[in-house]
Design a protein around this ligand. Structure first.
Ligand code: IMP
Length: 531
């Protein structure tokens, strides 16, 4: 029997609430008592766009609040496509975001933290594209490419940057700090200048990579520097001594470091060096032509790699604590200019189980209170704190880009259902299925009510989230170690499979793949994954 959390139970249960509770109970009984726990694409049902989609194309986007482990799925898609007869290469396309994103990728014992370079670049048969919807800080990109090359060899001729990608410089990064002063806030973005760069793209004052490569680049950037100098002085901020993240030193030392923007000469000199390097590398191209090539090339597969997640999307995320891009599958249209969502055969949204992590100012309805430093946990910690601490430690829930400990939340099916639908995904991929213990009872948020007990549906926005009351069903845990050892669906602990079936049923999105441990072999595919 599902247990309703007494902590959050509402007094006046409306007919709608009763109907939801009844259907939760019924799903629980069907899956947990009658053992109808099929997971995967419904049998004999065609794919959504199978008649018009390009064969061997797939997109991975985040369907929770970021950091779902999208890199692992991208990695698996690449190797799956490369094993298909006739497929010789995979184009891997990043279409939004910048180095606010972070993927840790591992191959042959080498661990790489990548931010703008597509995560599957380890594969020799992958051609990476940093496309027009991305934010590119040229010096940071150069640092990252050189760092990646140290580990994976030369990327010349198989990594390209769109001429039209949006340029970010130290000016926009410093502006992000000034915006915080303006708003009187210490928190906000990742400090990578993402918000201001997209904002200036839309207000038409921003620059693109093409502007950096043009003959008049110095004029453009010099007058931009002067404009920022003037604008900053209104807030009594000195541009030259403004601090911005120093990615170069951070990458070299592993210690997060800042530098100053510097005077105009210093600012332009840095850019001049990187500009010369970019030109020499022949890194920049008109990606439209690559996409045209891809659509004609039957020996190639194409994978679109989303960064961040639907919950961080500028339109459908937890506003205002969101990133500034279109993180959903629909973002592929604007971020490549070329591909429509119907052109893509598999569109997969990624979520974690049995929890949802979050990093940022937002406090989700299913948030569990944990100190930043787990050694500060009180001795008389609650059961939920003990569980959340186990999750954070075992799943290593610390940001790749910022190193910040992530918040741990009970999994929230209201949020996930909304996100998956709004992000345009067709199926779900699950990560972290091994972060579980047999002794646990796992709380799953099935719906919300308002303070009067009325059923309310998820809406993106921090003020909405702050006011809802989550309602839970308790589901049994499973053996995470057994999960890691599983090679086939039938090896999975039955309660893990049932948990997946429950999520599939409640969200309406078929689950087609699940990662079951840290190793790239720890992955189980279900009917409807790549065929
Ligand atoms: P921005 O993208 O730097 O403007 O950051 C806006 C918000 O999105 C902040 O709360 C960040 O912590 C969050 N954010 C941005 N990128 C990521 C990501 O890749 N994973 C998780 N959170 C992110």
């Amino acid at each position: 029997m599902p247990k309703k959390s007494t902590k959050h139970s509402s007094k006046q249960s409306s007919a709608l609430v009763a109907a939801v509770e009844k259907s939760v109970k019924s799903d629980f009984e069907v899956i947990y008592m009658k053992h109808q726990d099929y997971v995967g694409w419904p049998k004999n049902t065609p794919h959504l766009y199978q008649n018009i989609a390009r064969k061997n194309s797939a997109a991975i986007v985040g369907a929770a609040l970021g950091d779902e482990g999208k890199g692992r799925l991208v990695d698996n898609l690449i190797s799956t496509f490369l094993k298909k007869p006739g497929i010789k290469k995979v184009y891997l396309v990043r279409f939004q975001g910048g180095n606010n994103a972070g993927h840790t990728v591992e191959k042959d014992g080498v661990k790489l933290a990548l931010h703008v370079v597509p995560s599957g670049i380890f594969y020799k048969d992958v051609i990476g594209i940093m496309d027009r919807g991305m934010i590119i800080h040229p010096e940071d990109m150069q640092t990252e490419i050189l760092y990646a090359e140290k580990h994976v060899g030369s990327l010349k001729g198989r990594l390209f940057l769109s001429n039209d990608a949006i340029m970010c410089s130290d000016l926009e990064r410093a502006e992000e700090q000034v915006n915080k002063i303006k708003e009187g806030k210490s928190k906000g973005g990742t400090g990578r200048g993402i918000g201001p760069s997209y904002a200036h793209h839309y207000d038409k004052t921003g620059l693109r990579i093409a502007d950096l490569l043009g003959d008049d680049w110095q004029e453009k950037l010099s007058s931009r520097y002067d404009r920022y100098l003037k604008e900053f002085s209104v807030f009594n901020v000195d541009l030259a001594t403004s601090e911005v993240p120093d990615f170069f030193t951070t990458k070299k030392t592993g210690i997060s470091t800042v530098r100053t923007v510097g005077d105009k000469k210093t600012f332009l000199k840095r850019l001049a060096d990187t500009r010369a390097w970019i030109i020499k590398r022949k890194l920049v191209t008109n990606t439209f032509l690559i996409h045209q090539r891809i659509s004609d090339d039957k020996t190639a597969a194409v994978v679109f790699e989303g960064a961040q997640a639907a919950g961080l999307d500028a339109w459908i995320g937890t506003r205002p604590d969101v990133t500034a891009s279109n993180t959903s599958a629909y973002g592929i249209r604007e971020g490549t200019g070329f591909w429509r969502i119907e052109n893509i055969y598999y569109i997969i949204g990624v979520i974690k189980i049995p929890y949802t992590s979050s990093v940022g100012a937002r406090r989700m309805p299913t948030h569990i209170d944990l100190p930043k430093n787990l050694s500060d946990l009180p001795k008389n910690r609650s059961n939920e704190q003990e569980w959340a601490a186990f999750v954070r430690e075992t799943a290593h829930e610390y940001g790749t880009t910022t190193g910040r400990p992530r918040d741990i939340n009970y999994i929230d099916l209201s949020l996930i259902t909304y996100n998956a639908r709004m992000a345009g995904v067709e199926t779900l991929a699950i990560t972290h299925a091994d972060i579980a213990r047999e002794t646990d009872t796992i709380q799953v948020c099935t719906h919300y009510t308002d303070k009067k007990g009325n059923l309310v549906y998820y809406q993106p926005g921090l003020s909405f989230i702050a006011d809802v009351i989550p309602h839970y069903v308790s589901l049994p845990g499973w053996d995470g170690t057994a999960c890691q050892k599983a090679k086939t669906i039938s090896d999975l602990p039955r309660n893990c499979l049932k948990f997946l079936a429950f999520i599939q049923k409640r969200t309406g999105f078929p689950i087609v793949v699940a990662t079951t441990g840290p190793d790239r072999r720890n992955i189980i595919t279900f009917p409807g994954y790549i065929d």
